[in-house]
Write a protein that binds this ligand. Structure first.
Ligand code: AMP
Length: 211
């Protein structure tokens, strides 16, 4: 299987080939068609499997019809929300979003705690389609009233097992409750405990399971 057989847009294929990748990893080959079709997904995957591109590529394609070169913030509402448990992981996901969205006029931002919130607020006000965040800082930003989730069409919960270990389930639950009911949701976890399954029940609708 090659990347150009997955139905991805030319803008994405160009960014992929610039990375030197020709063949999708197994999780990418499985997940990309499922996510492109708009399904919810529960993925069992560790880091190093290529899971970041497995969700980033198809979600970028899902928002491609809304991409706009307009400078107006109103034309760049938050459409995809990606949650990661730590600053390091959030930055990794963000790098991937940057890499693959290189030829698409969408804006992305990474927000995490432990740094000044003001520059993050200023950037959000300019308009951001893909927001990668750690849960605590995202809720801080919600309290600052600079975020509107009305246009969110997809949520990704990456490394859900680590979110659980770090005590983020209440924060994640609060965030989920702020999002539109009608949305696509993806959950990735290296392990599937009972608690992960409970979280998945709250968050996903008839998910396709891949491992
Ligand atoms: P991840 O599991 O998402 O953290 O990705 C692990 C590493 O694999 C990253 O350094 C990616 O840049 C790289 N990678 C992702 N997709 C591919 C691919 N299709 N072919 C080769 N390397 C890839």
């Amino acid at each position: 299987m090659r990347f150009d057989e997955l139905g991805l847009a030319p803008e994405l294929l160009r960014a992929i080939s610039e990375q030197g990748y020709t063949d999708p990893t197994p999780i990418q080959a499985q997940a990309i068609p499922i996510v492109l079709a708009g399904n919810d997904l529960m993925g069992g995957a560790q880091t190093g499997t290529g899971k970041t591109a497995a969700f980033t590529l198809p979600l970028l394609q899902r928002i491609l019809p809304f991409a706009s070169p307009s400078p107006s913030p109103a034309r760049h509402p938050v459409r995809v929300l990606m949650l990661a448990p730590t600053r390091e992981l959030a930055i990794q996901v963000f790098e991937s979003v940057k890499t693959y969205s290189k030829y698409i006029p969408i804006r992305s931002l990474c927000t995490y705690g432990g740094v000044d919130i003001k520059p993050q607020i200023a950037e959000i006000r300019l308009g951001v389609e893909v927001l990668v965040a750690t849960p605590g800082r995202l809720l801080d930003l919600v309290e600052q009233k600079c975020l509107n989730f009305g246009s969110v069409q997809a949520l990704v919960l990456d490394e859900a097992d680590r979110m659980l270990d770090m005590g983020f389930v209440p924060d994640v639950t609060r965030i989920i409750n702020l999002l539109p009911q009608q949305r696509q949701s993806l959950l990735f976890s290296a392990t599937f405990s009972e608690e992960i399954k409970k979280l998945a029940d709250k968050m996903l609708k008839s998910p396709v399971l891949i491992e």
